[in-house]
Design a protein. Structure first.
Length: 144
């Protein structure tokens, strides 16, 4: 897989701040949000930095009644990774289902966390899907 690693300041940055540091459009920098569901393993949603997970759309996509956003501390405990560094790449083969927002399909490459704070990886969307066995879904909305 061809990728580019980008070092960022080690403090927790949001995806939009990371985009500013790298000088790239914020909608190309994706963040990984942990989502929990009843009686099943949590999943990872990968959405554009300026957007938020739409829990109703996500639940419908998964055929679940409800899905939930854990606290930052719970997300860290569920993944073993620090918030700001949670990445589907660092959690391959750990049993997490990955859903990438379908807007990613409009980009050849996107940026995602490399699994630790201060590291973003740019890689082709198709390779991310292959590596993580992800599915595309309309699962985010603007922050308004």
């Amino acid at each position: 897989v061809k990728y580019e690693a980008h070092e960022l300041p080690p403090e927790k940055l949001g995806a939009v701040e990371a985009a500013q540091h790298m000088g790239v459009p914020p909608e190309q920098v994706f963040k990984t949000i942990v989502v929990t569901r009843e009686k099943k393993k949590p999943l990872l949603t990968v959405i554009p930095g300026p957007r938020v997970v739409d829990l109703k759309k996500l639940a419908a996509f998964l055929n679940e009644k409800k899905v939930f956003l854990p606290t930052e501390r719970e997300a860290e405990s569920l993944t073993g990774l620090q918030a700001g560094g949670i990445s589907p790449l660092a959690l391959i083969n750990k049993g997490f289902q990955v859903v990438i927002d379908s807007v990613a399909q409009s980009h050849e490459k996107i940026y995602i966390s490399g699994g630790q704070r201060g590291l973003d990886i740019q890689l082709p969307v198709a390779d991310l899907v292959k590596l993580t066995n992800a599915k595309f879904g309309d699962v985010s909305r603007g922050e308004n």
